[in-house]
Design a protein around this ligand. Structure first.
Ligand code: ATR
Length: 279
């Protein structure tokens, strides 16, 4: 795409940012919709974050995604914070408003839920308890999404129980902290199992979790998408559980940002998945 002088520009702020698939993902949508616009990687170290964020409106950019390690730090740099981002305690999407103000949003919860609904259309929030493994930044978005969707009970399991307690206190809702050693038993009667840790990612240790107590109808999803089928998803699929991979969360969380910057609500399609995966 050859840009005009009126091109709309957005990007992704991270450090490092070279591994990010977002430029490829947004670039595909820009191409598909024939938009006079660009989405660029913005490699910004911690010490440069404030200047970079302030530069977005100054340079006339439409906004940006924010990724590791800046999602929490960027919170205090925005002019307006949406309630979801405030609740989760992290911003993944910056939008420069008409009046030049910088808005901080978080679309990870929405992305998680839309991916789950897309990949497991039979899942109902009221169907039963959800078990969430992990209590880091990703878990905050997942727990907030599930609580807001009306899941009756969220069993939160983390190696370090204090972090799970802190998350449960911060988010409220029907969250019960389960000790790490009790994670296998916590799967009884569950309707959903979510891994939000990096365990099972290529190069990381496996998630040591016995699925024996998990009902065969329970949906199993992993936010890890390298590999696309994590060892957890492979075991779950082999025993007949519906499974949803983590790539869709990345794709779905990108939709609201693209719409805000470029004015078109894009679709998550199998072609997009294949294109992003082929990187
Ligand atoms: P993110 O913000 O991407 O979720 P994070 O804040 O570093 O990342 O959180 C990583 C999660 O993976 C945490 O829940 C962490 O457990 P602790 O709170 O006990 O550190 C979990 N995790 C990482 N390595 C783990 C391991 N070897 N065993 C169990 N849990 C692990």
């Amino acid at each position: 795409m050859i840009l005009s002088g009126k091109a709309k520009v957005a990007g992704v702020i991270g450090w490092p940012v070279g591994h990010s698939r977002s430029p490829r993902l947004h670039g595909w949508w820009l191409e598909q919709h024939g938009i006079d616009g660009a989405y660029i990687p913005l490699a910004v170290p911690r010490e440069g974050l404030e200047a970079a964020v302030r530069a977005l409106p100054a340079l006339g950019l439409r906004g940006a995604n924010v990724t590791v390690p800046h999602k929490e730090a960027v919170l205090r740099l925005v002019d307006r914070l949406d309630p979801v981002a405030a609740r989760i305690g992290a911003v993944n999407t910056l939008v420069v408003a008409e009046d030049g103000a910088l808005e901080g949003r978080n679309t990870d919860a929405e992305g998680f839920l839309n991916n789950l609904r897309d990949g497991a259309p039979g899942w109902r929030s009221a169907a039963g308890p959800a078990v969430v493994i992990g209590a880091g930044g990703a878990a905050r978005a997942v727990v907030a999404a599930l609580a807001d969707a009306g899941v009756p009970e969220i069993r939160l399991v983390n190696r370090t129980p204090e972090k799970a307690e802190t998350l449960a206190c911060a988010l409220g809702g029907p969250v019960h902290v389960v000790p790490w050693f009790g994670r296998g038993g916590a799967l009884a009667e569950a309707a959903l199992l979510v891994n939000t840790t990096t365990l099972g990612m290529a190069g990381q240790p496996l998630l040591d979790l016995d699925l024996a107590h998990l009902p065969p109808s329970a949906v199993v999803t992993d936010i890890v998408y390298t590999p696309l089928e994590t060892p957890l998803l492979a075991v779950a699929r082999a025993r007949g559980n519906p499974v949803v991979d983590g790539l869709g969360m990345l794709l779905h969380q990108a939709v609201p940002g693209f719409e805000a910057w470029f004015g078109v609500r894009p679709a998550v399609t199998p072609e997009l998945r294949a294109f992003v995966l082929a990187a």
